[in-house]
Design a protein around this ligand. Structure first.
Ligand SMILES: C[S@@+](CC[C@H](N)C(=O)[O-])C[C@H]1O[C@@H](n2cnc3c(N)ncnc32)[C@H](O)[C@@H]1O
Length: 319
């Protein structure tokens, strides 16, 4: 879809009385959670973050995981359950998970036998199989998943998952020094800088001394995801007015932070980065070399930095 059509539609929904209901209804009807490939990608991402946590010394079996920004599809939470987490506390300001999206994750986990491979190096095969069978049997349990109304879907305790929504990761209420892994995917970029700082300060408070913050962020222009005619850094050549118009409502908010900004934020929050992964996006780099950023504040930024995507940070409390 042309990015401006989409942007204007979302902008209108954000401004319109009752627009949120329409937004939720549209997501439920046409949301990407219906595509098993989309969920599978999320499960793979969870395994990637879990793997990094293990490489940096955290044990998954028995871990207490805190997730920031559950979204519509609780794939991260289920992934950590399969990896042996004793508890996953997943927070979202909005209660977006509903029956169909919950079932879609469970179905995706259990219908594709190839999925076992996602966690093959993280969990022994018998244990993983047993947990997957457990997910499958609950998914068939009509009482649990079909009769409970959506608004009561506030925890999936049979999977050690505590769904806290509405819940604010800036002020989690979790005990200090109690969390082994603080994580998120595709969430950082949607949060204003000052809120993200508060979230990371809270992460520092709740993390155990050897716990890890492991986060994946996508700093590219999200309107370019669905409109391939647009470059992933296209927003750096818009005007400030366009940014305010199209990237500042509750459905399209993007903070326009990049790799160096996130590194600075971790540091400011008292978290020490121990590992960073990213991909240098050639398309973005070419686009920025041809058309250097004109957006105010970005004119003198390093174009290589701005072309980094698939950002992953692993950080621990600075002692
Ligand atoms: C893009 S969505 C999450 C995507 C999800 N992690 C995924 O990969 O599908 C970002 C979510 O972060 C949530 N969020 C924003 N600020 C938050 C906060 N302070 N505490 C908890 N959740 C927050 C929003 O409500 C939104 O649902």
């Amino acid at each position: 879809m042309n990015w401006k059509v989409r942007a204007n539609l979302l902008r209108a929904l954000a401004a319109m009385p009752g627009g949120h209901r329409v937004y939720v209804a549209l997501q439920r009807q046409f949301g990407r959670f219906r595509d098993p490939k989309y969920i599978r990608r999320k499960l793979k991402r969870q395994a990637e973050l879990a793997r990094l946590a293990v490489e940096h010394g955290v044990q998954l079996e028995g871990a207490h995981v805190m997730e920031l920004g559950t979204g519509w599809v609780p794939a991260m939470a289920f992934g950590f359950y399969l990896c042996g987490a004793k508890k996953v506390s997943t927070f979202d300001l909005n209660k977006y998970v509903f029956h169909e999206s919950l079932k879609a994750v469970m179905l995706c986990i259990t219908t594709d036998s190839g999925n076992q491979g996602i966690w093959a190096d993280l969990v022994d095969s018998k244990t993983l199989y047993r947990r997957m069978v457990g997910v499958d049997s609950k998914n068939r349990d009509e009482y649990v998943l079909d009769i409970i109304p959506d608004y009561e879907l506030d925890d999936f305790q049979f999977f050690n998952i505590e769904y806290i929504a509405p819940g604010d990761a800036r002020n989690s209420g979790l005990a200090a020094d109690s969390i082994d892994i603080h994580c998120s995917t595709n969430t950082f970029e949607h949060i204003p800088r000052e809120d993200l700082l508060a979230i990371l300060v809270e992460a520092r408070r709740v993390l155990k001394p050897n716990g890890l913050a492991v986060h994946y962020a996508d700093p590219t222009d999200h309107f370019a995801h669905a409109d391939k005619t647009q470059s992933p850094v296209r927003f750096l050549n818009l005007t400030q007015r366009d940014i305010e118009r199209y990237y500042r409502n509750r459905y399209t908010y993007q903070n326009l932070l990049f790799d160096d900004d996130y590194r600075e934020l971790f540091d400011e929050a008292g978290l020490e980065i121990v590992d960073v992964k990213f991909k240098l996006d050639d398309r973005s780099l070419d686009a920025l070399k041809t058309n250097p950023p004109t957006l105010s504040g970005f004119e003198n930024r390093n174009v290589e930095q701005l072309s980094r995507r698939n950002l992953i940070y692993v950080a621990r409390k600075r002692q």
